[in-house]
Ligand binder design. Structure first.
Ligand code: AMP
Ligand code: GLY
Length: 422
């Protein structure tokens, strides 16, 4: 009998996790809560339980004999879902509430890095407008202003001049744009260099790094427009040399895993390091306590080992095995509702998307209308991923599919992967 696994979350990331779990041999049944109806096209079950309803998720696990759960998004992790599962005698893969602070509070992450000499931008934390403005005026630009708590990737202003930074502080402290997330602000030095994402499976003391990837956070082509949750990704990132990845593993991932364990908040789950390759070596811009979205949708297709077997080994205190197809180049593009991220216009019809066996469509913000058709129901709608021998081939292939679709009511970037092709 195979394992029964519940995936918690509803986005394209959770679709990719569920799909990867299904591909391995050890899983008999995967259900996603709450999931979305696009996942059902892959034969993935969904159940209408909100990720915030811990008691109902626990009941589902017990009533249906599920073996363990995978928690996809940050909010239930930071809200202590893994702790509640443990208290109910259930296994869930992800950090507990204490360890999830590495994402939940930028101040927590910054202090941890400072205490342990982990390379990151210099910073200061403020809980009032006037001293924050004084710091910005004294320090000058470029400078980066971040709301302390969770703001879904939208709480960061990279200010190229002082007035932009001051306006961002006004937004946070006077207009309360991020609610509680803006009660504290982290102001940090601007780091120059290419970004990359380095994710690892972690068991509390040891870690297994995945291939690196690169996200595209700005809404429009050429990295223009507002920051979003991410508009596309690819893996590997050839302009980041392996020596820089190795350095990041030794100077960032290893000491962070050790620091969390030494300080009594051991991290189990997926540790996501958002890094910038500066002239001075790789430095941390953020940690996440979970898989990245959309990075997961280009990284997990390269996994050649059984995902569920690896994770259940970690949950059982055994040594997992993770192997990757390093020759495979993956690239994918987000289709988003018009107006995303600021004024999302829902309701676009989702076309049928013809893809070959080396490609996949991962669904995010979709629901069914009265006629049973899929329609867009939030900002990021779906992700079209493909693999090919080179980044250029993958890019050509994915845009050949997307450009031929009726995409009324949605938009996408036309240049995913451009930094690798310069
Ligand atoms: P975050 O939500 O912390 O990942 O920040 C969102 C985006 O802002 C990042 O992906 C970077 O593009 C940019 N960013 C954040 N911190 C810095 C920094 N210290 N220097 C330069 N860019 C940054
Ligand atoms: N793609 C960035 C994130 O998942 O936070």
């Amino acid at each position: 009998m195979g394992q029964k696994v519940l995936v918690i979350g509803s986005g394209a990331r959770e679709h990719a996790i569920a799909h990867a779990l299904q591909r391995g041999g050890s899983v008999e049944e995967v259900t996603v809560a709450p999931g979305n109806p696009g996942m059902e096209l892959d034969g993935i079950r969904t159940t209408h339980i909100a990720e915030s309803n811990h008691a109902a998720l626990i009941d589902f696990m017990k009533d249906n004999g599920y073996d363990w759960a995978f928690v996809g998004p940050e909010v239930p992790l930071i809200d202590g879902l893994v702790d509640d599962f443990a208290a109910a005698g259930l296994k869930a893969f992800g950090p507990d509430k204490a360890a999830a602070q590495i994402e939940g509070s930028k101040d927590f992450a910054k202090q941890l890095m400072e205490r342990h000499g982990i390379p990151t931008a210099k910073y200061a934390t403020f809980d009032a407008l006037d001293p924050a403005v004084a710091y910005v005026r004294e320090h000058g630009a470029p400078i980066v202003v971040k709301a302390d708590g969770l703001a879904a990737g939208k709480g960061v202003t990279v200010a190229m001049d002082v007035e932009t930074a001051v306006a961002a502080l006004d937004d946070i402290f006077i207009d309360h744009r991020f609610g509680n997330a803006g009660a504290k602000v982290v102001i940090e030095d601007f780091l120059e260099g290419q970004e990359f994402s380095l994710m690892s499976f972690v068991n509390g003391t040891e870690f297994w790094p995945m291939p690196i990837s690169q996200d595209h956070k700005r809404a429009y082509d050429g990295d223009k427009g507002p920051n979003t949750g991410g508009m596309g990704a690819y893996s590997p990132v050839p302009q980041i040399p392996q020596s820089v990845v190795d350095e990041a593993i030794e100077t960032i991932v290893r000491p962070t895993v050790k620091a969390m364990a030494d300080e009594g908040t051991p991290f189990t789950g997926i540790l996501y390091a958002g890094l910038i390759a500066t002239a001075d070596g790789p430095k941390v811009i953020e940690f996440n306590a979970r898989f990245g979205d959309p990075e997961t949708e280009v990284v997990l297709p390269k996994l050649t080992s059984d995902l569920a077997a690896g994770i259940s080994a970690i949950l059982d205190g055994e040594t997992p095995e993770f192997t990757w197809d390093d020759d495979r180049v993956t690239l994918g593009v987000v289709l988003a509702s018009d107006g995303y991220p600021t004024n999302v216009v829902k309701g676009a019809k989702i076309p049928t998307i013809p893809v070959d066996e080396d490609s996949h469509v991962y669904y995010a913000g979709v629901s069914k209308n009265e006629d049973g058709e899929l329609v867009a129901s939030s900002g990021r709608v779906l992700f079209v991923e493909t693999s090919a021998p080179t980044i250029k081939d993958a890019q050509d292939k994915v845009y050949a599919v997307i450009d031929a679709l009726p995409t009324d009511g949605m938009f996408y970037r036309h240049d995913i992967g451009f930094k690798a092709l310069k």
